[in-house]
Design a protein around this ligand. Structure first.
Ligand code: NAP
Length: 306
């Protein structure tokens, strides 16, 4: 593959940025990659493990001369980072982000960027429950989707170039409207995370089942919840605060369905339960057929954790 951007700046050096860095190096997609993270500790770790060609002492320094700037910080601080870098951006540069919520990022970042800069928000649908500069790996985006959410009137060449980068990182790329993105993600990611957090919280509260029993007897169901519920608290707090409406809409529907299932259990309506579980099983099959998960027992965890 050939170089797509001569200079890339990564702002925030956690799971997503570090995975992008290793995947850019794997594919030879970028010339020099600079990076910046808020804490000295993260910058020191990045230097130690060779994450970024140059780790800078400020976000503004990192974006100087960059052709592509990637905002890879929690959604709640995207706007503040945009303010920090705005004056240092190179005219003609593209600014993108990897935030899990899109409407809020567009509204908090967009107004701060100079008009001669292209803003093409994005969201790679790939992640793990791990965070920080040492959690990234080059394969994270392979065969995953990356959604680009360019505002109306965006420069087609800037979109095409960013699309080429994500394809080089291993992703399939699609464009989507920001509000639709936020609703889709509320269904596929945000509400499920909240449910997992709740279930793990319930197990913790329920003193009739001891902690040892929960750990000892946690077969796949509960273990999967605990894996999801181990995700970064800052990132997820920001996701719920910034995708409030869509998440609340989906949680409202969820509660209704839960009541219907509760009623079926209480009234002994086996037909309802069986029909419901048959429908959900088909959804799982669809995900596997689309290559978005493995059918291996234990979700293939024996081979690789992600
Ligand atoms: P992460 O591993 O927790 O890393 C976040 C990084 O942002 C850290 O390097 C942190 O620096 C830095 N940071 C935080 N506040 C900052 C600030 N004010 N200025 C500069 N840097 C700051 O997070 P991540 O999982 O890579 O997530 C990054 C973004 O990707 C989030 O918007 C998230 O919604 C999105 N996303 C995450 C996933 C996922 O599964 N994790 C998937 C898709 C998209 P310090 O280390 O110094 O605190």
């Amino acid at each position: 593959m050939s170089v797509i951007y001569d200079r890339v700046a990564l702002i925030g050096l956690g799971l997503i940025a570090s995975s992008m860095f290793w995947a850019m190096k794997r594919g030879g997609l970028a010339g020099e990659v600079t990076g910046y993270a808020r804490s000295e500790a993260t910058r020191a770790t990045a230097r130690r493990i060779g994450l970024c060609d140059r780790v800078c002492e400020s976000a503004a320094e990192a974006v100087e001369g960059a052709d592509l700037v990637v905002l890879a910080v929690p959604v709640g601080v995207m706007g503040a980072v945009a303010v920090d870098i705005a004056a240092a951006l190179k005219p003609g540069a593209t600014v993108t982000d990897v935030g899990s919520v899109k409407r809020d990022v567009i509204e908090s970042v967009g107004p701060h960027l100079p008009p001669e800069v292209h803003f093409v928000p994005g969201h790679p649908l790939a992640g793990t429950e791990h965070s920080g500069p040492e959690s990234g790996f080059a394969e994270l985006f392979d065969n995953r989707w990356c959604l680009l959410v360019p505002p109306p009137g965006s420069d087609p060449a800037a979109i095409a170039r960013l699309k080429a980068l994500w394809e080089g990182l291993g992703s399939n790329v699609e464009e989507m409207d920001p509000d639709h993105h936020d609703l889709v993600l509320a269904v596929t990611s945000h509400a499920p995370h909240l449910i997992a957090y709740t279930m793990v919280g319930v197990a913790d509260d329920l003193r009739r089942v001891t902690d040892t029993e929960v750990i000892k007897y946690s077969a796949a169901g509960f273990r999967d919840f605990t894996r999801i519920a181990a995700s970064d608290p800052t990132m997820w707090r920001d996701v719920f605060l910034t995708n409030r409406d869509a998440t609340l809409e989906i949680l409202g529907r969820f509660t209704e369905e839960l009541f219907a299932l509760q009623r079926a259990i209480r009234t002994g309506d086996g037909a309802h339960l069986h029909e419901y579980f048959t429908r959900t099983r088909a959804i799982r099959r669809g995900i596997i057929e689309a290559g978005q998960d493995t059918d291996a027992p234990d979700f293939g965890r024996g081979q690789k954790s992600s």
